[in-house]
Design a protein around this ligand. Structure first.
Ligand code: NAP
Length: 293
């Protein structure tokens, strides 16, 4: 691409940011759509988020993604916040508004778009969520909003899962979610679950790990969605498949959170052919990264 006086800049702020796949998504979209836009990583040291947001606005950046560990910390520095991001309590996309940025959460709409594309429905499903971190909490809210019949959170630290279940029940206005310690998986009633794996376990380089090993657990699952995307097939996914279920990784979620952010910044509509091109570039970027490490 040619960088000149008209080039608009977007980027991702986080710490660290060196492993980000987002430049592969956004720079591919910009190139394919013929937009004069460059996307770069911004490493922001602890304690400087407010300055970074103010500086990004003053520098006329078109848009900014926010990643770990600043998705909640960034909120007080925004001019406006989208209702979904406010409910989830995490912002990953900043869009220019009058006098400051408006914060959005595109992670959950991204996961939803990925699931729709993979033919995985939430409505009427009995859902199991493994984990009770920031992403598990957002997934539980998404599940409630999209009509899951039941939500069970399984986590190593029971209190964290209980807190999310209470929040979700408050939002839903009924007893929709419950919490269990991961070790209590054997007491799960019945089978036919859609499971979302939202812990860090199994991520590269510790690819031989899964939160639960017991085949009896995987027999209860008809579809397993691991939010991890490196490796492409996690141990959780291979255990789901071994027990006859369908399994997906988190790369499409990452792709679509980026695509939705790009659409918010530029007004472009990204069709499935273009999404496929960006997806291929992400896969190449991950392969290169795994080779280096
Ligand atoms: P987080 O807030 O740090 O939560 C981590 C969760 O993993 C907690 O529930 C934690 O349990 C559990 N955990 C960590 N180590 C464990 C272990 N050794 N054994 C059992 N449980 C363990 O992380 P997060 O931000 O929610 O992210 C969760 C996952 O989502 C990560 O794998 C991340 O890569 C993925 N993610 C994917 C995308 C995407 O676009 N595909 C986007 C964001 C995140 P405790 O509560 O007991 O500590």
């Amino acid at each position: 691409m040619i960088i000149n006086g008209y080039t608009r800049t977007c980027g991702v702020m986080g710490n660290p940011v060196e492993h980000t796949m987002s430049p592969a998504i956004h720079n591919t979209l910009a190139e394919e759509l013929g937009e004069n836009l460059a996307y770069v990583p911004f490493r922001v040291p602890a304690g400087h988020v407010g300055e970074a947001v103010k500086g990004a606005f003053a520098l006329n950046l078109l848009g900014v993604n926010v990643t770990v560990p600043y998705k909640s910390e960034v909120i007080p520095f925004l001019k406006e916040i989208d209702p979904l991001a406010e409910t989830i309590g995490a912002v990953n996309t900043l869009v220019r508004a009058e006098g400051g940025f408006r914060g959005y959460n595109t992670d959950m709409p991204g996961l939803y778009r990925a699931m729709c594309e993979d033919g995985v429905a939430i409505e009427g499903e009995k859902m199991l969520i493994l984990g009770a971190g920031g992403v598990a909490r957002a997934v539980a809210i998404l599940a409630a909003q999209k009509g899951a019949e039941e939500i069970i959170l399984l986590n190593r630290t029971l209190e964290k899962a209980q807190k999310i279940a209470e929040e979700v029940n408050g939002l839903a206005g009924r007893q929709l979610a419950t919490a269990r310690e991961t070790g209590a998986y054997a007491s799960l009633p019945g089978d036919g679950y859609l499971a979302i794996q939202a812990t860090n376990v199994g991520m590269f380089p510790k690819t031989e790990e899964a939160v639960i090993e017991d085949a009896a657990f995987y027999e209860k699952i008809h579809t397993g969605y691991d939010l991890i995307f490196n490796p492409a097939e996690t141990r959780f996914m291979s255990l789901v498949k071994k027990s006859g279920g369908r399994a997906f990784n988190g790369l499409k979620m990452l792709l679509y959170q980026g695509i939705i952010a790009y659409e918010l910044w530029t007004g472009a509509e990204v069709d499935s052919d273009l999404a496929e091109k960006a997806y291929a570039e992400m896969k190449k970027a991950i392969a290169k990264q795994s080779d280096v490490q």
